[in-house]
Design a protein around this ligand. Structure first.
Ligand code: NAD
Ligand code: UDP
Ligand code: UDP
Length: 322
């Protein structure tokens, strides 16, 4: 048993975090997963608990944390509008106070720290696709602001700790990601449509369905995060990680209906406030610096996600959640 790098994953019991922990264990890291189970779940990491190099700690990162680590992936934060808007003050707190604590920890331990930022820093963009240099179009007062502005402030903190204290930082701007272990009730379009289709309920399209998103499969995204963490110290990002394949919400609904073999009808509902019209990453920087691009086609990733939700619907825990 050789020496292993100690890595802290905040939000490790969440959707992305649980896949990241799994991946890091496979690469022989010593993984400390810190989570307060706000949106994450023990079910997501249950299969990792028997690994002696996996450790789970219940903790809220808005409070200080003293541990010894070599790398930090800071993923703790509710990610879907339903979740981040249910307690908006806590959302800003986890982005700001949580980042300050994790940056303080990185400064003390000289650990490298990666921030899970988001395409939401671009707000409702006026530029397509969005390069990292685009400064965004964010409404600081709207219902999405707690998340968008929280994540923007977190990026500011990362760059200030880097300039002022020499902390080694990496900032990933993550675009819509989907896959197994997404929350069944997070109101995201992929989980909603799959569950509606599997249960033969109407598929709810908000607005006319002509708004676009680009969906990245979770394994591709995790690969991008790990590659980013392993770049030279000079490279800080921000770097977009997402799938540039843009689809309309209507196309997504039709694809999911076809893949599930469902007879669900498609119904149209009002578009939520501040809902971005288009979103698509420009991933030239990730291609150049990380040699990364998504590999999993939408239909293939959707099939795996559909299988997951199909199993979920049969599981005891899921009945409590939906
Ligand atoms: P998630 O909700 O599944 O995971 C977030 C995890 O953080 C959960 O396990 C939750 O319990 C935990 N958490 C929340 N507040 C905490 C706190 N104060 N202390 C400790 N743990 C806390 O969401 P996800 O989709 O896995 O997102 C992970 C990260 O990636 C988030 O920072 C999110 O903003 C970012 N991101 C995700 C997407 C996406 O499409 N999934 C897109 C852009 C950015
Ligand atoms: N902090 C932490 N773990 C550490 C070191 C610091 O949680 O190992 C927290 C600490 O509570 C502080 C924050 O990180 O509030 C910022 O740390 P920094 O050293 O930048 O600030 P200071 O301690 O000088 O206020
Ligand atoms: N959406 C939809 N029906 C749903 C859930 C979402 O039409 O049941 C739409 C939503 O209005 C948005 C897009 O799908 O235009 C993506 O929504 P999601 O909440 O998944 O992600 P975000 O808006 O944060 O990109």
């Amino acid at each position: 048993m050789g020496w292993r790098k100690r890595v802290l994953v905040t939000g490790g019991a969440g959707f992305l975090g649980s896949h990241l922990c799994e991946r890091l264990l496979r690469e022989h890291y010593d993984v400390l997963c810190v989570d307060n189970f706000y949106t994450g779940s023990k079910v997501n990491i249950e299969h990792l608990l028997k690994d002696p190099y996996f450790e789970l700690m219940r903790h809220d990162i808005t409070f200080p944390l003293y541990v010894e680590v070599d790398e930090i992936y800071n993923l703790a934060c509710p990610a879907s509008p339903v979740h981040y808007q249910s307690d908006p003050v806590q959302t800003t707190k986890v982005c700001v106070h949580g980042s300050i604590n994790m940056l303080g920890l990185a400064k003390r331990t000289r650990a490298k720290i990666l921030q899970a930022s988001t395409s939401e820093v671009y707000g409702d963009p006026e530029v397509h696709p969005q390069p990292e240099s685009y400064r965004g179009n964010v409404n600081p007062l709207g219902p999405r602001a707690c998340y968008d502005e929280g994540k923007r402030c977190a990026e500011t903190l990362f760059f200030d700790y880097h300039r002022q204290h020499g902390v080694k930082i990496k900032v990933a701007r993550i675009f819509n990601t989907y896959g197994p272990r997404m929350h069944p009730n997070d109101g995201r379009v992929v989980s909603n449509f799959i569950l509606q289709a599997l249960r033969e309920k109407p598929i709810t399209i908000y607005g006319d369905g002509l708004q676009t998103r680009s969906f990245c499969y979770v394994d591709d995204l995790v690969e991008g995060l790990v590659l980013l963490m392993n770049t030279d110290d000079e490279f800080t990002g921000p770097v977009n990680l997402g799938n540039p394949h843009e689809v309309t919400i209507l196309e997504l609904a039709e694809t999911i209906r076809e893949l599930t073999g469902s007879k669900s009808e498609i119904v149209f509902k009002p578009l939520p406030h501040d809902d971005p019209r288009r979103r698509c990453p420009d991933i030239s920087l990730a291609k150049k610096v990380l040699g990364w691009e998504p590999r999993v086609p939408l239909r293939e990733g959707l099939k795996k996600t559909i299988d997951y939700f199909d199993d979920c619907l049969r599981a005891e825990w899921c009945r409590w959640v939906i």
